[in-house]
Ligand binder design. Structure first.
Ligand code: NAD
Length: 483
C-alpha cells in the first residue's frame, strides 16, 4: 500500500500545501510506487522560512534558552525519533535500497544519537570565554546562533545526513528549514511527527520536500542566514555561487573519489568485512567510499583476486531482507548512470574481473552487480569521476611514494583508507593523504570527530564540536578597564 501524505510540517503544525503538485516516490527494489507527498513551491517555502524566522527572532525564544534547557528538549526529540526508528529505517530502505541491516543503524538509531551528542556538546560549555587583553581590559568571546538555517540533503543517507545538520543547528540555538531529496521524502515525515510528539517549539524545524527548484529558491531566500548543503559537487558549486553573491555563510559536503590504499604488508583477508564497508557500503552510494583501490605490483594479482572474491561473495537481494549486503540503486536514472560508467571503463581498456551487468533474476528494481575493474589508469574517467554505485577500480602502484601520488591525484579529497598490519605505518601514510578523513584498517566517520572535504569535496565540517561551530557566529565584547 503506497504511503501518501497531504501536508507539510511547518510552524509546528500540519499545513496544507499551496499547490496541487506532488512528488511520487518509487521503491528501489521493485520500481513500484511507494508513496507520494506534496511538493513545496515558493509559497510553501515562504511559509516555512517565515515560521523559522518567527521562532528564531522571538526575544524570549529558543536561542535565549540555556543550553541545558535546549538539551532537555532535544533529548525528548531523540526519544521520539528512537520510538520511530525501525519504521524510519524501513522507509529509507524501501525508497533508496539501503540494506536494512545498515539502515537500522544509520537511519534508525543514528539521528537520535546525533541529537543526544549535540545536546551534550552544547550543554557542556558553560563558562564565558573571557580573554585578558594584550593592552589592558578584557574581551568576552560569545558564540551566538547563526540564525535561520536552510538544510538541503541528498537521498543516499537521508536521515543520518539530516541530523548531521539539524542536531548541531538546534543545539546551537538556530531554527531550520529542511529540504529533503525527492527520492527519499517518506522518512522525512517521521521527523516531523517526532518533533511534534516531543513538543519541539513551533517553527524550529520546518520541512519542505522538493527538488532542485525548491532548493534553489530556499538557498537564495532573504529570510535565510546560513545554508548547509550535502550533495553533488556540481550543485554545491552553484549553491556556493549564490551564497557568494549574497555573502551568506555556507557549508558544503560534496562528492568524493577516495583511495583505499593497500600497503604491501596488508592482510586483507583478515579484515575483508571492514574492507567491504570501506569500499562498497550502501550499494556504493556513500560519498566517502574508497572506490579507487591501490594495490602494490608485488602482490597485484593476489589482491585483485581478493577484491574480486569479496565482490562476488556479497549477498544481493531485497533491501528489506536483513541478510542482504548489496541492494538496488536508488533510481532508474542512477542505475543508467552507473551502467554508462561501466561501459566507459570497458571501452577505455580496463579489465573487468567481476560484475558489469545486472544480477541474474533481478528483473525489477534498479540492481547492478558489484563490479571490479583491474589495470585501471588513475587518469581514466572511472578513476576520476564519482560513479556512486558498486564499482571498484583496482590501480597498481610500484612503491609507497607512487601510491601516495596516485591517491592524491584526484579533484576530490573527502575520505580514504590505508590497509596494513603495521598501524603506525598506516597512520604515517594517512597523514600524507589529501583528504578530510582517513581510516586505518577500517573507516568510520565517528560523530566525535570533524568530517569534511578538501578540494572539490567541500567546505566546512560536520560532526564533532566543530560541527556545532558551523551554526555559530562569534561576537567579541571588549570591556575596558574601569576608570
Ligand atoms: P544532488 O546534488 O543532485 O542533490 C542534493 C540535494 O540538493 C537534493 O535535495 C536536491 O533536490 C537538491 N538540489 C538539486 N539541485 C539544487 C539546486 N540547484 N539548488 C539547491 N538544491 C538543489 O545530489 P544527490 O544525487 O541527491 O546525492 C548524491 C551526491 O551527494 C553525491 O555526489 C555524493 O557524493 C554527495 N554526498 C556527499 C556527502 C558528503 O558528506 N560529502 C554525503 C552524501 C552524499
Amino acid at each position: 500500500m503506497p504511503i501518501d501524505h497531504n501536508d507539510f510540517y511547518i510552524g509546528g503544525a500540519r499545513v496544507a500545501p499551496a499547490t496541487a503538485h506532488r512528488i511520487e516516490v518509487r521503491a528501489a527494489g521493485t520500481g513500484e510506487v511507494a508513496g507520494s507527498v506534496p511538493e513545496a513551491h515558493p509559497a510553501d517555502v515562504d511559509a516555512a522560512v517565515a515560521a523559522a524566522r518567527t521562532a528564531f527572532d522571538d526575544p524570549s525564544g529558543w536561542r535565549t534558552w540555556s543550553a541545558q534547557d535546549r538539551a532537555e528538549t532535544l533529548d525528548r526529540f531523540a526519544a521520539a525519533l528512537t520510538e520511530r526508528g525501525p519504521e524510519t529505517a524501513r522507509l529509507v530502505s524501501l525508497q533508496n535500497g539501503m540494506p536494512i541491516s545498515l539502515a537500522s543503524v544509520l537511519e534508525g538509531v543514528g539521528p537520535a544519537a546525533l541529537l543526544r551528542y549535540y545536546a551534550a556538546v552544547g550543554a557542556a560549555k558553560t563558562a564565558d570565554d573571557r580573554r585578558p587583553g594584550l593592552f589592558g581590559g578584557h574581551t568576552v568571546v560569545v558564540p551566538e546562533p547563526v540564525g535561520v538555517v536552510a538544510a538541503i540533503v541528498p537521498w543516499n543517507v537521508p536521515q543520518g545526513i539530516t541530523f548531521m545538520k539539524v542536531a548541531p543547528a538546534l543545539a546551537a540555538g538556530c531554527a531550520v528549514v529542511l529540504k529533503p531529496s525527492p527520492e527519499t521524502v517518506l522518512d522525512a515525515y517521521q521527523v516531523g511527527a517526532a518533533a511534534e510528539a516531543a513538543g519541539l517549539p513551533a517553527g524550529l524545524l520546518n520541512i519542505v520536500p522538493g527538488g532542485a527548484e525548491t532548493g534553489r529558491y530556499l538557498v537564495g531566500h532573504p529570510g535565510v542566514d546560513k545554508v548547509s548543503f550535502t550533495g553533488s559537487t556540481a550543485v554545491g558549486r552553484s549553491i556556493a555561487e549564490t551564497c557568494g553573491r549574497l555573502l551568506r555563510p555556507v557549508s558544503l559536503e560534496l562528492g568524493g573519489k577516495s583511495a583505499a590504499v593497500v600497503l604491501d604488508d596488508a592482510d586483507l583477508g583478515a579484515v575483508m568485512d571492514r574492507f567491504f564497508r570501506a569500499t562498497l557500503l550502501n550499494n556504493g552510494q556513500v560519498c566517502w567510499l574508497g572506490t579507487r583501490v591501490l594495490a602494490p605490483r608485488s602482490r597485484y594479482a593476489e589482491l585483485v583476486d581478493a577484491v574480486t572474491g569479496m565482490a562476488r561473495s556479497l549477498k544481493v537481494g531485497d533491501p528489506l531482507d536483513p541478510a542482504t549486503q548489496l541492494g538496488p540503486l536508488v533510481s532508474e536514472r542512477q542505475r543508467d548512470r552507473v551502467e554508462s560508467y561501466i561501459a566507459k571503463g570497458v571501452s577505455d581498456g580496463a579489465r573487468l574481473t567481476t560484475g558489469g551487468g545486472r544480477p541474474a533474476g533481478a528483473d525489477r528494481g534498479w540492481y547492478v552487480e558489484a563490479t571490479v575493474f583491474a589495470d585501471v589508469d588513475n587518469r581514466s574517467a572511472i578513476a576520476q569521476e564519482e560513479i556512486f554505485g558498486p564499482v571498484l577500480s583496482v590501480i597498481p602502484y610500484t612503491d609507497e611514494e607512487q601510491a601516495l601520488a596516485i591517491a592524491n591525484d584526484s579533484d576530490y579529497g573527502l575520505g580514504g583508507s590505508v590497509w596494513t598490519t603495521d598501524s603506525d605505518r598506516g597512520l604515517a601514510f594517512a597523514r600524507r593523504m589529501q583528504a578530510g578523513s582517513v581510516g586505518v584498517n577500517g573507516y568510520a566517520n565517528d560523530p566525535v570527530a570533524p568530517f569534511g572535504g578538501r578540494k572539490a569535496s567541500g567546505l566546512g565540517y560536520e560532526l564533532g564540536p566543530e560541527g556545532l561551530a558551523q551554526y555559530q557566529a562569534l561576537k567579541s565584547i571588549y570591556v575596558d578597564q574601569q576608570v
